[in-house]
Design a binder for this molecule. Structure first.
Ligand code: ADP
Ligand code: MG
Length: 250
């Protein structure tokens, strides 16, 4: 059985006439949680948007397979229906649609009372979607959206950016709940690719693999906590050099 939930080979993506993704290979297996570190503007969000084939992102070459299906030419809707859900770094505000109405539509009336309570979203259900939401409220609403969609592969873009410490804890615990991180990898149903700029979520979310992403490419991969330590000490570029040295000395 094909256990690659996501299988990306040689991916190049342009936005307008600018190449942003410059050759990405990435395999995520069932139950695995991968994190992507990288400086601003390196193309992390573009990679997630390209996986979802959102309008404006052109796949020039390479392939993206989701659970054994080649997504070439599929609509965003069809990719979501393969079991992929994305939480945005900058979620859109949608006037005239309440959060409740939106959740009912995408969840097919699934009972969301538990995640609504744990994400403290009761007071927002009758508000217009994301309109006037604070940083923490926006990100909590995004995670609630993932609960409603119930995807097998979660693409989560900077769940902690613009969010205070209390909200980071609430959001990280909710993500952990979805990822069944307390279970062994083999028995977990869901996988994830999580972009983190600060790495703060790694206090709660125990990722299996980390990648450093720079200038449109994955430049090194390894244990997420070791990578985070090296990034804090040496910066992104220094971290890559440091890993190369460690490899040479082994
Ligand atoms: P990151 O998420 O790593 O901070 P992004 O993927 O958001 O980086 O952006 C990578 C680069 O792509 C940036 O230089 C950004 O300005 C450019 N970019 C992203 N979206 C667009 C767009 N719609 N039009 C033009 N350039 C874009
Ligand atoms: Mg981004």
């Amino acid at each position: 059985m094909d256990t690659n939930v996501l299988d990306i080979r040689g991916l190049h993506v342009t936005v307008g006439d600018k190449e942003i993704i410059k050759g990405v290979d990435l395999i995520i297996k069932k139950g695995e949680v991968h994190v992507l570190f990288g400086p601003n503007g390196s193309g992390k969000s573009t990679l997630l948007c390209a996986i979802m084939q959102l309008p404006g992102y052109t796949l020039r070459s390479g392939s993206v397979w989701v659970r054994g299906t080649d997504t070439a030419g599929l609509t965003t809707d069809a990719i979501a229906n393969l079991g992929v859900g994305m939480s945005f770094q900058y979620p859109p505000r949608i006037k005239g649609v309440t959060l409740n109405r939106f959740l009912e539509t995408i969840s097919h009336d699934k009972n969301l009372s538990l995640p609504i309570a744990s994400l403290h979203m009761e007071p927002f259900l009758e508000r217009e979607l994301n309109v006037g939401f604070s940083g923490g409220e926006l990100k909590r609403a995004e995670i609630l959206k993932l609960y409603a969609q119930n995807p097998d592969l979660l693409l989560i873009d900077e769940p902690e950016s613009g969010v205070d410490i209390e909200n980071i804890a609430v959001i990280s615990q909710a993500i952990n709940g979805m990822l069944q991180k307390e279970s062994p990898v083999a028995s977990r149903e869901r996988s994830a690719l999580i972009i983190t700029h600060t790495g703060n979520i790694l206090n709660t979310i125990h990722a299996d693999v980390g990648h450093v992403f720079m200038d449109g490419k994955i430049v090194c991969s390894g244990n997420p906590l070791d990578l985070m330590d090296d990034i804090k000490k040496y910066g992104f570029a220094g971290c890559v050099a440091c890993l190369e040295n460690k490899k040479d000395n082994q």
